[in-house]
Design a protein around this ligand. Structure first.
Ligand SMILES: Cc1ncc(COP(=O)(O)O)c(C=O)c1O
Length: 449
């Protein structure tokens, strides 16, 4: 069609940009003009403290000069090179990622983001084992491409069903709303593992290629695995020759205060998928870190997958710079201390003041407040997957945050506290003060004692 260029100030994003996950006529996206550190500014000059890190990816904050310089230098030298060639920047990014990955995970297949990383991890697991089935968790998100959405365990999958075959779903641990009627975390861990074992028995463990999980479940709740759970999954995978895939797209690269969240529990998966925090999304990048045994499957037989932009030099240059920043600026130590000494205590203090905070949970810089109408019944503030009027209390909460200059991350009946890992304690307290005021709007819906 012919498009007449309007005055620049009058260009509206919804005229020509088709936005993700949205009814196009019902959205009015905020125009972002610039950003720095933990803040971004809209086109009217209004500043927001970002408690969402965009989509939980800006782990080292906005516009880090070292990443900006690394991208510019690489752009001046070599903007693009096909994956079939060797390239020093790509090799260095892979070396650094292998260096920070646990165990013998030593090779990296690069993708453009998290969904493609999971697609390729599933492909590797299937070819490596010669099996097809995958066990995937309810309350999970793995991406929006065909395979990744099929293993996703939440409503964003529904419209893409029936999807690919051979996906079997299981319940992961979630002590606050236990699928196993467990009384505490130990029981939750033991029962969740027994449930997996039972599922394997009836599915036939010899037909299962992989067990896929988010090490710490992200968008679907910041669900931190209880003690023993990950080690138990590892043991089940070893017993039955199944590939353990840890999706660390959200939980990796500092978000949980470690390079990878599995490091908290000293568990080594066979494949780790990553994206987001690897380079804070400055240039699209994701990938799979691969164990020696799985990599060896493809020593003599070609790997049946690839992408035009696998290991794109601009993305890899930013990853190299980002890992350098993590090391030299002590980002992991900062993230750990921020969670332990500031975010955790501040959020628990909010729970003391606001009856509608049913649970505070998290670690590092990955936290959630679960909002309820009644602490005894744990009735969520809004129903599962609510939209429109049913979701109004959460919409009011989000609006109150934004009016206070805070950009929140909300999902169902929760608000997540997922700012950049570089956020200062003062900035956290500034944001928590806004949450405090916004929770007054939520308390009005409280019906419990
Ligand atoms: C745990 C997890 N896996 C995979 C993805 C998909 O990543 P991408 O949007 O880069 O494809 C996401 C995105 O939010 C995620 O949180």
């Amino acid at each position: 069609m012919t498009i007449t260029a309007p005055e620049p100030a009058r260009v509206r994003t919804v005229d020509h940009v088709f936005h993700s996950w949205s009814a196009q006529a019902r959205i009015d996206p905020l125009p972002i003009a610039r950003a720095e550190g933990s803040y971004f500014w809209d086109d009217q000059g209004r500043r927001y403290l970002d408690f969402s890190s965009q989509l939980v990816n800006v782990n080292i904050g906005y516009q880090h000069p070292r990443l900006v310089a690394a991208i510019a230098e690489q752009a001046a030298r070599l903007c693009t090179v096909a994956p079939g060639f060797a390239n020093d920047t790509r090799s260095e990014a892979a070396r650094l990622i292998a260096e920070v990955a646990p165990g013998d995970l030593d090779k990296v297949f690069f993708t453009n983001g998290g969904a493609e990383a999971n697609e390729n991890a599933l492909r590797m697991a299937r070819v490596h084992t010669g099996r097809h089935k995958v066990l995937a968790a309810y309350r999970s998100y793995h991406g929006a491409t065909a395979g990744a959405i099929a293993v996703t365990g939440e409503p964003r999958r529904w419209a893409s069903e029936p999807g690919v075959s051979g996906v079997v779903r299981y319940w992961g641990p979630y002590a606050y709303r236990s699928a196993f009627h467990a009384a505490d975390e130990q029981e939750e861990s033991a029962r969740a593992l027994q449930h997996l074992r039972d599922l394997l028995a009836v599915e036939g463990p010899h037909t299962v290629a992989a067990i896929l999980l988010e090490t710490v479940v992200g968008t679907n709740g910041v669900l931190v695995p209880p003690p023993g759970y990950l080690a138990g999954v590892r043991a089940l995978c070893d017993e039955f020759g199944i590939v353990m895939i840890a999706d660390e797209v959200m939980s990796g690269f500092g978000r949980c205060g470690e390079w990878f969240a599995v490091d908290h529990w000293d568990v080594v998966p066979d494949l780790i998928t990553f994206a987001k925090g690897v380079n804070s999304g400055y240039v699209p990048l994701g990938g799979v870190v691969i164990s020696t045994a799985i990599a060896a499957t493809f020593d003599e037989r070609p790997y049946p997958g690839g992408l035009t932009y696998s290991g794109h030099p601009l993305a890899c240059a930013s990853a190299v710079a980002s890992i350098g920043v993590f090391r030299e600026e002590g980002i992991l130590e900062h993230a750990r201390a921020l969670g332990r000494d500031v975010i955790g205590p501040e959020l628990r203090a909010l729970a003391q003041r606001h009856p509608s905070v049913g649970e505070v949970r998290g670690l590092g810089v990955m936290w959630a407040l679960e909002l309820v109408r009644d602490r005894d019944t744990r009735e969520p503030l809004v129903p599962f997957n609510a939209t429109g009027a049913a979701a109004a209390p959460m919409a009011e909460f989000a609006a109150a945050c934004k009016a206070g200059g805070l950009w929140p991350f909300t999902h169902f009946n929760r608000t997540h506290v997922v700012p950049p890992c570089t956020t200062t304690p003062e900035e956290i307290r500034e944001g928590v003060a806004v949450l405090d005021a916004a929770l007054d709007t939520v308390d009005r819906y409280y019906t419990g004692k």
